[in-house]
Design a protein around this ligand. Sequence first.
Ligand code: G3I
Length: 390
Amino acid sequence: MPALRRSVAIGVISAAAVAAAPLASAIAASPATAATAKTSSASANAPKYPKDSLRELGQKVGLRIGAALNPDLLGTDAAYTKIAKQQFSTVTPENVMKWEVVEPAKGTYDWSGGDKLVDFAHANHQRVRGHNLVWHSQLPKWLTPDGFTTTYSSAQLKAILKKHVQDEARHFKGKIWQWDVVNEAFNDDGTPREDIWYKAYGNLDYIADAFTWAHQADPKALLFYNDYNIEFTGPKSNAVYSLVKKLKARGVPIQGVGFQTHLDTQYPYPDLRANLTRFAALGVYVAETEVDVRTFTKPDAMNTPVDGVHESAQVAYWSRTIQDCLSVKACISYTPWGFGDAYSWVPGVFAGEGAALLYDEQLQPKQAYTVIQQDLELADGATHRSHSQD
Ligand code: G3I
């Protein structure tokens, strides 16, 4: 991923705002997925999760609270597994449904990680956000040895893309609530990312194709476009807005937009609520799909904020992310990108930054966790998102 936004600011704690905006009338009734059906029939005997868990608090307003997970830790790390079960009502594979993992050699599939995650989710009454079908990154070496170039022709690449989208969507058919069909197709200046897919087509038409193919393969999954740095109004968010508007006008089956929400306390808090609201008005669901809030950390402690000011800013940012989702009825899920600082991607990519998640390196809940709990408790009066809990 290229560097995320650079500018300066430290956050300020804001009061919980829980007013709910009306859902865009254009949103069609949510299709009942097979996963939904399984969840419904099981709900009568559903196990009880802690009343103050994020999943139970979110359920009161129909908001699914999720986390990106690493299936290798499920069943092998007891503390991790317990939190994954008890706290979340939707899960996302952090890596195991990506192309390089599912098809390491051409024509040879490895669904084991994805299957394990889906089975875990089913056993624990959780929905799955599939991540992802089309992306420029984490592609297999046989397709692009360096991540930028390929020896396949345009016609071959289109056929390869169609096969991948349909094979994966078919494999998980009926088990995925939301698919991130296309991930990160734009640069920060709003121009199309010139990856192998864009170059094969000479334009962005691969996006419409991917949504159409995914819909053919799994008609009941909600299909999302997912990106970072679209939380604030600017060229990139405007470009994605135009794309979604055009896709909707053409009748392309797109039902949602994912706002990754990788935030950093050194930048101003984005006008996320305004962007969630304007996208929802296009007649799509919205979701916060990869939330984390990084800050500067002590040189000798990768995940300890450098001081209390930075730590307070993080807590404030977390609170605002959940409040923004709660305030927009079309915001149907809220997913942090993992939950333990020891497993976060952040320190490995942003030198000197970290402490980006809700639990510390020992999997103890941080102040940011408590504030999310409080915001959900206070959100009792927010408009119910009925489709996501049925
Ligand atoms: O699996 C290999 C392992 O075999 C090898 O030994 C090891 C050596 O480095 O690498 C392992 O792969 C790593 C992979 O995660 C699985 O752990 C890659 O190096 C590493 O680059 C990869 O990072 C992932 C990153 O996407 C790749 O771009 C992060 O875990 C993951 O959190 C991150 O997630 C992305 C979302 O998909 C899209 N939005 C941004 C987000 C953060 O970058």
